[in-house]
Design a protein around this ligand. Structure first.
Ligand code: PMP
Length: 305
């Protein structure tokens, strides 16, 4: 069940949750014209802290820019609005969902006449891939669906329409009994999960596909690469073959929702020992230590509410 909060930010004003409604003739409903973000806010000993808010707001503006959507606010205003929305809802920990879309006012594919609407919603949200996923790991499959080719839908934008592809991946995984699917790109190299970036570890090196393999430039992905540098773990971005995942020592998924989730089997093939590996654990400890406010926030990832 969906947990709610009291207020939703809309174009600079706070609305009661129930009043944040849109018309069925809104452009986004028919043509998928939305871009959005997903940010987590964690409870820390010093109060609630948003994780990498600045990077998320920047990616939201990048997504708008790619789709020629003019958002009538500055990055600073949206940054402040996210903090304000969490604060007025008095939530200690939550998920924050800013969304920008083409609204109501004109019909037809041409998006320009439709007004651009901006909303920021926050609500409590628990573990994404199950309660014990972070420790036990998850069982995943290789998807029969590929991620988008570079000249189809831009994967650098976090656009609602991209999630039609994600839904195909996710549904196929679920009906076949898996927690998640990993998609390949159009050329057959490992791309990403329906809502997560993919990492593998082999002989002590952490490897993840480059942005050119149709992956969203994940902010958790970036955090993992920085933490590897901090910890002296070699990390490289390079194309990965499907079978390299099978023979990896460790595989894990990263994202704001799933955090750092170990993969214990892929296509029913055991990965490493079939449980969370030591480097995955080391990166989880480093990441959770920072975001839960237990370790020094050396990269300035946290924003107070
Ligand atoms: N890939 C896809 C397709 C996603 O939806 C997400 C979640 N936003 C990610 C990767 C991970 O991105 P982030 O770490 O910024 O949440």
């Amino acid at each position: 069940a969906l947990e709610t909060s009291e207020k939703i930010w809309h174009n600079g004003k706070l609305l009661p949750w129930e009043d944040a409604r849109i018309h069925v003739m809104s452009h986004v409903i028919h043509y998928g014209s939305s871009v959005f973000e997903g940010i987590r806010c964690y409870q820390t000993p010093r109060g609630p802290r948003l994780v990498r808010l600045r990077e998320h707001v920047r990616r939201l503006f990048d997504s708008c820019h790619i789709y020629r959507m003019t958002i009538p606010f500055t990055m600073e205003q949206i940054f402040t609005a996210c903090i304000e929305t969490v604060r007025v809802n008095k939530l200690q920990h939550c998920y924050v969902r800013p969304i920008v879309f083409r609204g109501y006012g004109a019909f037809g594919v041409n998006p320009f006449p439709a007004p651009v609407e901006t909303y920021i919603i926050c609500f409590p949200w628990g573990r994404y891939l199950g309660s014990d996923a972070l420790e036990a790991g998850v069982d995943v499959c290789t998807s029969s669906w590929a991620r988008m080719s570079p000249n189809t839908l831009p994967t650098t934008a976090k656009a609602g329409a991209n999630y039609m592809n994600s839904q195909l991946i996710k549904m196929e995984a679920i009906v076949n009994g898996y927690a998640e699917g990993i998609a390949l790109d159009a050329a057959g190299y490992v791309s990403e999960g329906s809502g997560e970036n993919v990492f593998m570890v082999r002989d002590g090196t952490v490897i993840t596909p480059p942005i050119g393999r149709a992956v969203l430039p994940g902010i958790t992905r970036d955090a993992i690469m920085r933490l590897c540098e901090d910890l002296g773990i070699p990390v490289v971005e390079r194309s990965i073959l499907r079978e390299e995942l099978y023979i990896a020592d460790e595989v894990f998924l990263t994202g704001t929702a799933c955090e750092i989730t170990p993969v214990r089997t892929l296509d029913k093939i055991k990965i490493g020992e079939g449980k969370r590996g030591p480097i995955t654990k080391q990166l989880q400890d480093a990441y959770f230590g920072i975001i839960h406010g237990e370790r020094e926030d050396r990269h300035e990832w946290l924003t107070a509410v």
